[in-house]
Structure formats: structure tokens, C-alpha cells
Design a binder for this molecule. Structure first.
Ligand code: MG
Length: 305
């Protein structure tokens, strides 16, 4: 279950390094056993516990609906308190696995960014443009989408390894999926990991994946007031990349207003403008990344120079 929107998780499917898909949970080492689709074949109401240490079996049979109680969700047979407890368990579990991921990234000297945006903002195009530049350190990509391996294939076409995670009915990547996908990437010793989250300006804000920071990609076609309408994501992000800046004149896009709105939500958010189509702004974006790398992985910087 997503603790934000209340949708039920589908079964995630994660590629191996050869682009073949496996069901999430097959043979990975994060936190023990799994309960998949416990006793239910129908579409709503089953839970997907990633290595759950808790047993909520009698409560997992519920009907899911949104917005009916303090937890924001209504599940048949469960009290509001119980739903809140389940949400807490899910988030606690995710936070523990995110801490595991963070420790592994640190041990590998890997700087990890979690790219978030609405669908169509241009996350994959940005990555493809960025990865087409030659780097002297290792780079890997984890791609999250509900379905298809299209984005991982676009990344691999640049020569950079990518693992696709299909979240099925799920609306966000979680830390368990990222841990498993990271296992399947080559060793990124001292390098960079880009995690492209599912296109969704709401739910991914609540799920820590172990990243150094979130980068929210916002495109000029989306309307200046998105930071006010979806404040959690902008509050959770360290950098706002304003993409499709080449279209700004055609759209009468108001850059100053967008930045003002974003900073009302998050006074500390950094802002860069880019165009994945023309390459405008990428030199500045790369400088921003190098600065973050220098702060976290001095070894990689030395190797890069
Ligand atoms: Mg994409």
C-alpha cells in the first residue's frame, strides 16, 4: 500500500543486468521473507510487504478506498488506528531499508540522486543528454516506471548500465526495490547513481530511497504554480531543474514566478534551468554535480581530473 495515496501495490518486477525481468523479492537479501498477494487474487486490498517482520494477516483482506479517515484511507475491517499503525510499519520498514541503501552507497563512495517529477517532465531525456557526455567515473541508472523497459533501453543506448524496475500498480519506488536493483548494477565504485522515480509529483516525496538528495525536474509546460499545488515534492527536493527552458518564450513561461513559488515552499531549494533538447544549462548542472561529488567522494574527483 502507498501510505500517501492509499493505492495497493502491484508486484514489482526488476530486470537483471541482461534486461530480463524477475519478480521483486526473488533472492534478494533485504530483510527476510516476503508475503506476496497473501491469499487474494482480486485487484484491490492485498498488501505487499517487502520482507515484512510484522504479520497483519487478518487485516490484509480489506477493501481499499481513499480519503475516508484520519489516515486518508478506508480499508474494510480495519479501524483508523489500525490503518495508521500499518502505514507507520510500512514507512518504518522503508526507512530502515533506505538507511541500508545509504550505508551501501557510502561504502561504495557512490553519490545517489533520486530524480522525481510529474510524467513527461523530461527526466529520461535529461539523463540521456547528461550520460552522452563522457565521464571518467562509473555511472549507473535505476529506472522506475509502472510498465515497460523503454526508459532503461534509452539509457543503455548511451552505454551506461541501467536496471528497470516495473512497479506494476505501485505509484513510487521504494527502498527495497532500489536495494535489489542496485545489486544488479555493476560496481559503481566512487561514481554516480541516478534513480529515476516513477513519474508522480505526489507519492515519491514520502519514500526515502537512501539517496543523497532528491532532484525535482519541473518543465516549463507544466504551469508556474505546480510548486504550490504539490508542495511536498518541492519541499523534499534540494534542486529544482527547470527543463524545456528552450520553450519558455513560446509558452510565456514566467521563470521568476516559478522560482518564487518553489522558494515559498522550500526557501533553500537550488534552481537551475536546462533544456534536454538543446543542451542549454548542462555545463552548470554538471558543475553542480561535481561540487556534490567533491563533497562526498573525493576519490572519484581525483580520478576524474
Ligand atoms: Mg522516464
Amino acid at each position: 500500500m502507498c501510505t500517501v495515496c492509499g493505492c495497493s501495490d502491484g508486484k514489482a518486477s526488476i530486470e537483471d543486468a541482461h534486461g530480463h525481468h524477475h519478480d521483486h523479492g526473488d533472492g534478494h537479501e533485504h530483510g527476510g521473507h516476503h508475503h506476496h498477494d497473501r491469499g487474494h487474487g482480486h485487484d484491490h486490498g492485498h498488501y505487499h510487504h517487502h520482507g515484512g517482520a510484522h504479520d497483519h494477516a487478518p487485516d490484509e483482506a480489506g477493501l481499499l478506498d481513499c480519503g475516508a479517515n484520519p489516515a486518508g484511507q478506508k480499508i474494510a475491517g480495519m479501524s483508523s488506528d489500525r490503518i495508521i499503525q500499518v502505514e507507520r510499519d510500512i514507512l518504518d520498514k522503508n526507512n530502515r531499508l533506505a538507511a541500508d541503501n545509504r550505508a551501501r552507497f557510502a561504502a561504495d563512495g557512490v553519490l545517489a540522486f533520486n530524480l522525481v517529477s510529474s510524467p513527461g517532465a523530461g527526466k529520461t531525456s535529461l539523463l540521456v543528454r547528461a550520460l552522452s557526455e563522457k565521464a571518467s567515473f562509473a555511472i549507473g541508472v535505476i529506472e522506475g516506471d509502472q510498465q515497460t523497459s523503454n526508459d532503461a533501453e534509452r539509457i543503455r543506448a548511451t552505454g551506461v548500465p541501467a536496471i528497470q524496475v516495473n512497479t506494476g500498480k505501485g505509484c513510487h519506488l521504494d527502498a527495497a526495490m532500489v536495494g535489489e536493483a542496485y545489486d544488479r548494477l555493476p560496481w559503481l565504485n566512487g561514481g554516480l547513481l541516478f534513480i529515476e522515480n516513477v513519474g508522480n509529483l505526489v507519492c515519491p516525496a514520502a519514500f526515502d530511497l537512501g539517496e543523497a538528495c532528491k532532484i525535482v525536474v519541473f518543465s516549463t509546460t507544466e504551469g508556474e504554480d505546480k510548486p504550490l499545488k504539490y508542495p511536498d515534492m518541492f519541499a523534499a527536493s534540494s534542486l529544482m531543474l527547470i527543463n524545456k527552458i528552450d520553450l519558455a518564450p513560446v509558452l510565456d513561461f514566467d521563470l521568476a514566478k516559478t522560482i518564487d513559488y518553489a522558494r515559498r515552499v522550500n526557501p533553500k531549494i537550488e534552481v537551475l534551468t536546462v533544456s534536454a533538447r538543446t543542451g542549454e544549462g548542462f555545463a552548470t548542472f554538471f558543475a553542480w554535480i561535481r561540487k556534490r561529488m567533491a563533497a562526498t567522494t573525493p576519490a572519484a574527483m581525483t580520478a576524474a581530473e
